[in-house]
Design a protein. Sequence first.
Length: 282
Amino acid sequence: MSRSRSSSQVAGIGIGWRPEIAAVVDDLPGLGFCEVIAESVPFIDVEPLTALRVPVIPHGVGLSLGGAEPVTDDRIDILASAAHRLRSPLVSEHIAFVRAGGIEAGHLLPVPRTREALEVLCNNITRTQDRLSVPLAVENIAALFSWPDDEYTEGQFLTEVVERTGVRLLLDVANVYACARNSGADPAVELSRMPLEAIAYCHVAGGESDGVLYHDTHTAPVPDAVLDLVTRLAATGRAPAFMLERDGRYPPVTELLGELDAIADAARIDRITVGSRWWAAS
């Protein structure tokens, strides 16, 4: 049985907080929310984050919700503690596994879309939800391949997860594009098959092709094809918030602000950079 889902508690345009761009984030007049890697929270001063006076979402990368082994209390508690310190309205993690048999992969690996894997994933999500005091949102990842024994499409798989657990969805638009492109599918069709009614917020990012596969690098500008998906998604009225992810090769400040504006324009949401001192300094 699915659990009831409250309405999303974040809205507008956000950005992933990173130390390298902290000064830029600090001076975004219309910032709607931001996100921080949950596992980094114990090692940083959270005062600059809480001083932003916007919702701050801890985003986990190490829970391994799709792993065969049950998620452990200590890893769930990393999310719970971060949410408490940041007074967060929700937390998020990935539909992926990152370890097996005690071996760390160092990467988000796709979960086989089988009935057995679905059962394991839902059990891990429920275990995590039961230990958290705030809602959980789970993210679709970018995959370079699909498992040969898949029994569901990604849209069917995510819909089952949402219906069985009541979990919220962190819909990564760039990952929808990456998976569709790598599998030869139509990104717009794949987007339409997602459980859009469960969206808490959305990620948007850039990537790069190696000539064969498209890699979700977070180190390149957001391509027009992804912005087109943002526009399609925003038109459904199901997505209240979009967030830029950048993780390295940070561009000049004005280019970063331009990326935020491009996402806002694609989503038909007010720009958050208006009045930024960085525009005046450029």
